[in-house]
Design a protein around this ligand. Sequence first.
Ligand SMILES: Cc1cc2nc3c(=O)[nH]c(=O)nc-3n(C[C@H](O)[C@H](O)[C@H](O)COP(=O)(O)OP(=O)(O)OC[C@H]3O[C@@H](n4cnc5c(N)ncnc54)[C@H](O)[C@@H]3O)c2cc1C
Length: 421
Amino acid sequence: MTSEYDYILVGGGLQSGLITLALRHHQPEARVLLIERDSHLCGNHTWSFHPMDVKASASPWVEAAVEVRWPHYRIQLHDFEKRVELNYASISSSHFAKLVGDCFGTSSDSQKSNRLLLQTEVVALTSNKIVTSTGEVYRGRLVVDCRGPSSHQENRFEQCGYQKFWGFEIELKSDWPFTVPTIMDDRIDQADGFRFVYSLPFEARRVLVEDTRFADNPMLDRDECLDQVRRYLAELGIHGWTIVREESGVLPMPISTELMPGATCDGASSTLAGGYTGGWFHAATGYSFPLAVSFAETIATTTPELASQAVQLLSKGHYARSRFARFLNRLLFQLVQPKSRYQIFRRFYRVLPNESISRFYSHQFTPWDAFRIVVGMPPGGLRPVRFASSFFKTTKPSFQVEPKAFETQESNESYSKEFAK
Ligand SMILES: Cc1cc2nc3c(=O)[nH]c(=O)nc-3n(C[C@H](O)[C@H](O)[C@H](O)COP(=O)(O)OP(=O)(O)OC[C@H]3O[C@@H](n4cnc5c(N)ncnc54)[C@H](O)[C@@H]3O)c2cc1C
């Protein structure tokens, strides 16, 4: 069977969903085929982002998808507490899947121009043709490969750390003590890297509480995370809660430069790749949302024939930032002892103004932002010479050869004193 579409989106996750919404906004007449191998779209996630991260032209269709929004959020790193005056927003994958699914109508009234195929695996693809596991062939003016992390081999990065988390959405018998998200609260047991709790109060009595850590290995144990969350809730004086949903993830945080924005799945294919497959994620935060929005907006505001060129331009604009984000991961995972990693985040939230924090998360940071993030007196930052020289290291450094500026009790104390001033 052969079909004709303007766009064929392979994989029904975040990136394809965003492209679908962007196309409906910018090119409502476009003929779109979306193919997902699972029985439902978008997996099981909560996607959060700073609404300021989203560029103005994409705002109307992104804003329409937002499920929960907060006016600001909290950070608690050791004794440092900050209210960050930036909007924060979340979308559950179930809500997002419904919005995306609605663009395709139901199977009975399936619009001729748009088609959604679930439980259909794509086994081969080129820039204008795909083949499914049952041998069907579909043709389109543009194929976009959005197959996500599973399209890459397990060890895709020569060097990386991991952001890993297990989230428990809970219902409480009493109100949650905070009305806004806590993006980091590290006052918990620090075994296995730098570890903190992330919480999103969707309602006063319905909260996602996530045990999160930046660690050197990808192992994640659900029961151990649950114990951590249980202790945290007890510390907050929360008793009487039940788990209503869970989500988990292990996101590689690359140090080496594989999978930069604009990548293709096999490194040589001419098929345009979006989302994780195309390197459209923030290497230093693990967030995909802002870059996936930029990619979707770029695709939807040009023609299928000019899309590759437009994406190439977009990727050039993100190249240096992607390198810097990888440098930050090297700083976090290789230059700093796990027990001192919190200092990097504390410095980040302490020295940067809100606009710079927002630009950082949206992968739009300036060279000056980048400089301010890392350069300063140890232990909170890197001396300029060390900062510059660290860019020229090609081999994996070890804690033994690096000055341990971040790790001593003395440095922690002097940092606290400096902060207390
Ligand atoms: C629990 C969790 C929470 C997260 N929270 C955030 C967050 O708060 N903010 C943020 O920005 N990022 C977050 N991330 C990261 C973000 O979700 C991912 O980076 C993002 O989903 C990548 O989007 P994608 O479309 O490339 O891949 P995915 O969303 O993984 O979608 C890929 C889809 O392709 C399908 N597929 C794969 N192969 C085939 C095939 N051969 N044929 C057909 N279909 C196929 C898969 O089944 C999947 O549905 C989170 C990740 C996890 C795991």
